[in-house]
Design a protein around this ligand. Structure first.
Ligand SMILES: Cc1cc2nc3c(=O)[nH]c(=O)nc-3n(C[C@H](O)[C@H](O)[C@H](O)COP(=O)(O)OP(=O)(O)OC[C@H]3O[C@@H](n4cnc5c(N)ncnc54)[C@H](O)[C@@H]3O)c2cc1C
Length: 231
């Protein structure tokens, strides 16, 4: 059932990615990695899409989702919303959640697929969980990197490493280039066979990462994934 939430803050993450924040009601309970259905009105019609919560349950004052704009109907209707406007939110839903018992984790993000990982990582750091997380994010360019400063401040903990790769970097980019592949995983995560893998992003990226991990002999049950289908 949709509940009305007033937008309290809008944060530009990149030129085409924005976070929408809302006050968190005391009875809004969720797990890190879960998503909500967001409903927006457009020309008298209600339209809706799924969005992972990029906030962590440890952030008690607010909840947040983060949208990449596409120029399509829902996207444009949302983009027209301002602080003070109301949106319908239904949820939380989903089982793509942080396993708090797992000691060694790898998260593979394709672009906007980083949103549930921001939630899980913030939760892990705030709760001081006994785990070690390697986040590998693939983006088109360095301008497309989402939550860079947030991850940078969380990387003060030795429990978190963030690896960034760009598929279409500028000449200034000094980091890793290309899609996430076997070489990057083996180099950045030498103990990859002992780890639980999470994958999130557009369906083709998720599919190719699943195939790659299976080829690398990661057992199927150690590969968890969320498809941003429709994206
Ligand atoms: C569990 C879950 C969590 C998600 N979390 C996020 C999140 O955190 N952030 C986020 O931005 N998105 C997220 N998504 C995806 C989100 O729900 C939307 O699908 C996405 O944002 C695109 O919506 P849109 O309306 O802007 O674009 P759409 O209109 O859905 O278009 C998306 C793509 O489909 C193509 N397309 C659209 N219509 C057609 C057509 N008729 N024929 C061919 N191609 C077409 C477009 O060219 C475009 O590339 C999530 C999805 C799921 C299932």
């Amino acid at each position: 059932m949709f509940r009305k939430f007033q937008v309290t803050e809008i944060i530009d993450r990149t030129t085409n990615v924005r976070s929408y924040r809302f006050d968190r009601p005391h009875d809004f309970l969720y797990l890190p990695g879960q998503y909500v259905i967001v409903q927006v009105e457009n020309n008298g019609k209600m339209i809706q899409k799924a969005f992972s919560l990029s906030s962590s349950p440890t952030e008690e004052g607010s909840i947040e989702f983060t949208k990449k704009f596409t120029g399509h109907e829902f996207s444009d209707a949302l983009k027209a919303r301002e602080v003070g406007d109301e949106l319908g939110l239904d949820g939380p839903y989903g089982s793509f959640i942080l396993n708090e018992q797992e000691k060694k984790i790898v998260m593979l993000a394709g672009g906007i697929g980083v949103t549930p990982f921001r939630s899980m990582i913030k939760y892990s750091m705030d709760r001081d969980l006994d785990n070690n997380i390697v986040l590998i994010c693939s983006n088109k360019t360095e301008e497309d990197i989402i939550f860079f400063n947030e991850f940078k401040s969380m990387m003060r903990s030795s429990r978190l490493s963030v690896v960034l790769t760009c598929t279409r970097p500028s000449d200034q980019w000094k980091g890793i280039c290309g899609r996430i592949d076997r070489t990057i995983i083996k180099k950045e995560v030498p103990d990859f066979l002992q780890r639980l893998f999470y994958i999130c992003g557009p369906p083709p990226m998720v599919q190719s990462m699943r195939e790659l991990l299976e080829e690398m002999e990661i057992p199927k049950e150690r590969i968890l994934f969320e498809d941003f289908f429709g994206y």
